[in-house]
Design a protein around this ligand. Sequence first.
Ligand code: FAD
Length: 424
Amino acid sequence: MNTRRLIVVGGGPAGLMAAGQAAGLGVKTLVLEKMDRPGRKLRITGKGRCNLTNAASLEDFLAHYGDNGRFLRQAFARFFSQDLTAFIGGLGITVKTERGGRVFTEEGAPELAVRLTEWAGRQGVSVRTGSRVTAIHHIDRAVTGVRILSSDGDAEDSEAACVILAAGGASYPATGSAGDGYRLAKALGHDIVSPGPALVPVETEGNTAVRLQGLSLRNVVLKVLCDGRVQAEAFGEMLFTHFGVSGPIVLSLSKVIGRCLKKKDSVILSIDLKPALDENRLDERLRRELDLHGKRSLQNMLKTLLPSALIPVCLDALRLDPHKPGHQITAEERTRLRAWLKNMELKVLRTRPMAEAIVTAGGISLHQVDPRTMASRVVSGLYFAGEVLDLDGDTGGFNLQAAFSTGWLAGRSAARWLTDQVKG
Ligand SMILES: Cc1cc2nc3c(=O)[nH]c(=O)nc-3n(C[C@H](O)[C@H](O)[C@H](O)COP(=O)(O)OP(=O)(O)OC[C@H]3O[C@@H](n4cnc5c(N)ncnc54)[C@H](O)[C@@H]3O)c2cc1C
């Protein structure tokens, strides 16, 4: 057996980082990538601008992965956001920090993918594209190599004492990550937390979304109600589309929505259009507007409170006459108007499919992975990195940081392990 060789399955950000780190420590490293070139998903990140990481502090950062964030503490202790920006700075890529601490690359995502691949090459990594790994071989729970299916349909076995599985999740399958990593790990005895879409738009019932298509709401609070109970809420920006809703706060809440839908609960999205005003202050504001502009029609008066596109939707929902003058609005009508502004409801039909999700929730169970090294606790010589793990973060650069940090740690740990094996 080739006792010195490391094979990395997948040439995404996690795999390339892992491979480059291992090769830099003197290990003969081969990346097997099933697509025609590495980093296809990386190239489309951040709408081509690549939201690489986030300026948040460590504790804040970890909170963006939900309960599983704890698993990343050790990887982040070794390689965190400042290390990542310094690393890509070394590749000649500069960054810019924007709203919400989002760190973007100036040169763009495709350029980062090119420079990362070139860097791996300079470290001594060989990258073989058009090579899909269909099995990881082992004897007595120790890795011995992989089976490769080439794009021409030829199958071959390749020996390696160590394998890093960095095959990504199952979203945007056209980029190459189509759930292979889960099947490969499961075949070796790893538990897989059922994969589902995360950071995904949501389809809603009725024609409200179509009527509001293209409208973006800023500074609203969005709540997710399952069978009438609030499950989660977020403040920020959302967007109406031809099928429903999208935008940062919808994507962030989509995992909770998906979970509620799985339980067959009735899921309602409640939008507070005026979160800065409590019920009393909003009532005062409405009274003031109605007093000041009593002669104006209701639809005109509402222009001071709502974007134009929302006005007919609001008046239809409340069955109010748009031409009614402000001074004729009754107390009961004002109360209903206030309630609607604090609670505009949309019934959720479903989340959009996995193919449209930014990341996959679920994946290789973290219970069987050592967070200090990314090593499998089931098979020796097997390591993991990136989205293939049961880790998913919010939008804002959290997913790429997790991929790069776990890749860095897996690559270095695997190299040390291989070196120790050879010495031993
Ligand atoms: C549209 C979009 C925009 C995004 N924007 C951002 C953003 O701005 N910021 C952010 O933090 N995150 C973003 N993400 C998420 C981020 O891209 C992923 O979390 C990240 O790419 C995961 O890295 P990875 O290396 O683990 O997996 P991937 O990037 O998916 O790479 C896995 C690689 O493995 C290969 N592979 C799969 N199976 C096999 C096999 N059997 N054999 C050989 N090779 C295989 C695949 O072809 C692929 O190249 C975005 C995602 C999408 C879809």
